[in-house]
Ligand binder design. Structure first.
Ligand code: TMP
Ligand code: ZN
Length: 415
């Protein structure tokens, strides 16, 4: 076990020590750590992966935190490569620019700005932009594309430097990054410091309600420190005098939630009704109770048995199986279930930089997507199940010629 690991002894939102561990996914490598062939013979760094519920505020979070420098200094997830993601952002930038009346004097800051994809859209609409991201490799791409970027982790310290250099922000965005941040109080202090009094803070993260309802256990991995429902999130933002003034549930990443925050105002909050409705859904789903998570963990173990039985049966019949989509979540599933190269011949993936590499832990080779049709294995297990529809649409020829898709989540389906 590495020294780079810190045990979480207190809830990162409310500080309570009443933490209940409900799911132990074992010890595995960081699921975005794809390997070159020559690294396969060397030992891999592996880290504990387990999840706990704060019985006080309802926050679900990992039991350990890996030093963020290990995970994010050279980061491999590039926004511009995910089509679904980019469509999502284009519409968002246009609407936000219009609705919040942004102009050439408005500074837009993006926390976890990645390759600058989102900020490029705001820049084209005429706003001033600034990216903040600790990944040097991605900041370099962003800067080459004309997006100024501070290579830092975001928090109060960074917020002070930015305000000093660039002034206050009218809009701060944080898409798919809040779950990565250990010190949420430092994040909110930073946002509060940097945002103008009439500014907006918009964030989007995977929604715990979807995760639990759809059995999406494989989205639990080292990078994602927290899994939010609204109740603990509101507890947090309330301490910094923010309120949620807009909410949208989204289909992306297996189900996400987008929240618009403003400083608390005396005005009537029209988002209140939706907020209360979602809180009641959370309550009904048992998101704040231990017993729901005990059941969730049992369902994950049932899925493991069922899928492994199915795959071994197929192998016994001398049929071939491959994986589809070398997603990080696929690496969690294959590592936890012990699905290795003796079950999956290879995994196809559309991302050029992943092709030719091997998956962390299970060492399954990654091949170009086109190989599916030329090779015609009997089954393709869709590991990137959030893109299952897009993938099956693209690969209609494969099914026409007799190939079958297996979708593992939320329930095992063969198509
Ligand atoms: P993600 O859910 O972590 O973004 O990973 C999805 C993976 O699936 C990514 O590596 C790209 C791959 N993929 C394909 O290979 N073909 C496709 O058509 C799509 C949509 C994704
Ligand atoms: Zn708590």
């Amino acid at each position: 076990m590495s020294k780079e690991l810190k045990t979480v002894k207190k809830c990162r939102i409310c500080g309570s020590q009443k933490l209940y561990e409900f799911l132990d996914l074992g010890v595995m490598p960081i699921p975005n750590g794809f390997l070159k062939k020559d690294a396969l013979s060397k030992p891999e760094n592996k880290y504990e992966l387990a999840c706990q519920l704060c019985e006080n505020c309802g926050l679900v979070h990992l039991t350990n935190v890996i030093n963020p420098k290990i995970m994010f200094t050279d980061y491999l997830y590039v926004t511009a490569q995910a089509k679904q993601m980019l469509n999502n952002l284009t519409h968002f930038a246009y609407q936000t620019h219009k609705n919040f009346k942004l102009d050439s004097s408005s500074l837009v800051c993006d926390i976890g700005s990645n390759d600058g994809s989102l900020l490029s859209l705001f820049k084209n609409l005429g706003a001033k932009v600034l990216g903040i991201d600790p990944a040097k490799n991605l900041a370099k791409i962003a800067k080459e594309n004309g997006i100024p970027t501070e290579v830092r982790l975001f928090g109060l310290k960074t917020a002070k430097i930015i305000k000093e250099r660039y002034g206050q922000a009218k809009l701060i965005t944080a898409f798919n990054v809040v779950a990565h941040i250990d010190n949420l109080h430092d994040l909110l202090s930073g946002v509060s410091h940097l945002l103008s009094s009439d500014g907006y803070f918009i964030t989007e993260f995977p929604y715990l309600l979807d995760l639990i309802k759809n059995n999406e256990f494989d989205t639990i991995y080292h990078e994602h420190l927290s899994y939010f429902s609204l109740k603990p999130w509101i507890y947090l933002i309330d301490k910094y005098d923010f309120e949620i003034t807009g909410i949208q549930r989204r289909h992306i990443h297996g189900g996400s939630i987008r929240l618009i925050h403003q400083r608390k105002r005396p005005k009537k909050n029209i988002a209140k009704k939706t907020l209360n409705y979602l809180l009641s859904l959370e309550e009904t789903a048992g998101l704040y109770e231990k017993k729901s998570y005990i059941q969730f963990a049992q369902e994950v173990l049932c899925l493991k048995t069922e899928l492994l039985n199915m795959l071994t049966d197929i192998k016994k019949k001398k049929k071939r199986i491959v994986g589809y989509g070398a997603a990080a979540k696929g690496n969690v599933l294959t590592n936890f279930f012990g699905i290795n190269n003796s079950i999956l011949d290879y995994i196809v993936d559309s991302t050029p930089y992943k092709q030719g590499l091997y998956t962390p832990g299970m060492h399954i080779p990654i091949k170009p997507e086109e190989k599916l049709l030329s090779d015609m294995p009997n089954y393709a297990l869709i590991l990137a199940w959030n893109f299952a529809d897009e993938i099956m649409e693209k690969q209609r020829q494969y099914t026409k010629k007799g190939g079958k898709f297996i979708i593992p989540i939320p329930k095992i389906r063969i198509i």
